[in-house]
Design a protein around this ligand. Structure first.
Ligand code: BG6
Ligand code: MG
Length: 218
């Protein structure tokens, strides 16, 4: 059976950290007098830390100094890490470990492709670090999704051509990045939101071993 590169996004695919990002961004936004809703949080999925703060400031019509910007980024991350530090294996989303183990048992190459600078910490907390042959995260990239850079570096590290890679993503920006990289894109979430993906599943419980085997034949 052919070896493919399977690239997993982290936040929203492996663990549901969007709820912690929401709490931390909401605290920050409210502290500077800006409202912040769950709908707005949706628009920050897959978006880098810097770009997220820029969006929040523009929603609230706020202009701040560079120093304030840096301080707000630091305090947002400190708040976020309070939640992350309480994470454990129970926070792995349903059937993620099963899928990783199946791919591994059929000798597939597995990478992480995340925008987060906290990716390694989170993988350690949920004890999944040893499931990946390559880890590419926010500390390795210069261009944020929808730029394909993160996935192209992952493919390179796995030594698999982009066309032979399959990406699991929950964000629109991430699906666009995967498509731009000429990879097969699999959306995890809502079909309407992720309509640009090649396939969409609500979560990994809907992805059968047969489907994965068929993908490997392509
Ligand atoms: C993405 C998340 O995976 O990583 C975004 O979907 C987040 O919400 C981005 O802003 C950057 O993450 P971090 O952990 O470096 O702030
Ligand atoms: Mg995500």
């Amino acid at each position: 059976m052919k070896t493919r590169g399977f690239i997993f996004d982290l936040d929203g695919v492996i663990v549901d950290t969007a709820k912690y990002h929401f709490l931390a961004w909401k605290k920050l936004a409210n502290s500077i007098g800006v409202d912040f809703s769950e709908e707005q949080n949706e628009q920050l999925k897959g978006v880098s830390r810097v770009k997220s703060l820029e969006k929040i400031l523009s929603w609230g019509n706020k202009t701040i100094s560079e120093k304030e910007f840096t301080d707000l980024m630091t305090s947002k991350n400190d708040d976020y890490l309070v939640h992350v530090n309480k994470m454990d294996e129970n926070e792995i989303l349903p059937d993620v470990t099963k899928t990783l183990d199946f791919l591994s048992s059929t000798n597939q190459s597995i990478a992480l492709g995340s925008a987060s600078k906290n990716a390694r910490l989170i993988l350690n907390k949920v004890n999944l670090m040893n499931k990946f042959h390559a880890i590419v995260d926010g500390t390795n990239v210069s261009k944020a999704k929808p730029d394909p850079e993160v996935f192209l570096i992952a493919a390179k590290e796995l030594k698999i051509t982009p066309e032979e890679c399959i990406v699991f993503e929950d964000s629109v920006a991430g699906i666009q990045a995967a498509n731009e990289a000429n990879m097969i894109s699999i959306g995890i979430g809502d079909t309407a939101t992720l309509h640009e993906a090649d396939y969409v599943f609500r979560d990994f419980t809907e992805i059968s071993e047969n489907f994965l085997k068929e993908l490997k034949k392509k």
